[in-house]
Design a protein around this ligand. Structure first.
Ligand SMILES: Cc1cc2nc3c(=O)[nH]c(=O)nc-3n(C[C@H](O)[C@H](O)[C@H](O)COP(=O)(O)O)c2cc1C
Length: 199
């Protein structure tokens, strides 16, 4: 009886610590300062439901739109913000996160972050991770139609596509300005599907 109980408790411990289980795929979600940021909450929630390990990296401006605590609760993980925040251990955070990622998803992606990635700018944690990672990078833009159709934005997207970055096209819908136009973040389910397809 005691032996059975010990075995049962060992099995429970193993399950709890994922011992002997396949490693959870690690997704980094870069969250930027688009009005569509509230939809990123649902993306994190859905990816957790799919049993991924989710780490959220927010830009400084994204933190002005929504509290990091929301993403911390939904991802059940630390939320990463600043390049120079004290790391958990001796590790250099942008390098360790870039290496542990199986996929980096930027959703919602602003015109600004797309421009920075396309130009190789590395002035914050998210752009450094994207520059350092060898994992696939999926970008889901969300912005005003004029910003999306702007020739510079389109040239940046074209350049990134040619370099192997993958895009989840925005859809037509009611934009933050009240007009109907192209630039709404893709549906959450379409984003989750693309994440799974790209792993
Ligand atoms: C309320 C509000 C909503 C915004 N929504 C968007 C948006 O949907 N898409 C976008 O590209 N920029 C948007 N912006 C502008 C970006 O926040 C701005 O370009 C910012 O510098 C982006 O920083 P980040 O890319 O580092 O997060 C918005 C700004 C504000 C104040």
């Amino acid at each position: 009886m005691r032996l059975r109980r010990a075995r049962y408790s060992l099995e429970r411990q193993k399950r709890k610590n994922n011992i002997g289980m396949p490693r959870q795929k690690a997704i980094i979600i870069g969250v930027t300062a688009s009005i569509a940021i509230y939809k990123a909450c649902d993306i994190v929630r859905r990816l957790k439901e799919e049993a991924f390990s989710v780490s959220v990296v927010m830009t400084q401006e994204a933190g002005a739109l929504i509290s990091p605590v929301v993403f911390q609760s939904l991802s059940q993980n630390k939320v990463y913000r600043g390049l120079f925040d004290s790391p958990d251990a001796w590790e250099i955070e942008h390098v360790s996160l870039a290496e542990k990622a199986d996929l980096v998803l930027v959703a919602p992606a602003t015109a600004n972050i797309i421009g920075k990635i396309a130009s190789g700018i590395c002035d914050d944690l998210l752009t450094c991770i994207i520059c350092a990672t060898k994992a696939p990078v999926l970008i889901s833009p969300a912005m005003n139609e004029n910003m999306y159709k702007n020739k510079i934005t389109q040239a940046n997207i074209g350049k990134l596509k040619a370099l192997g970055y993958r895009f989840i096209e925005p859809k037509k819908g009611r934009l933050a300005c009240g007009k109907i136009g192209l630039g709404c973040l893709a549906e959450v389910e379409a984003i989750v599907k693309e994440v799974k397809n790209n792993l």
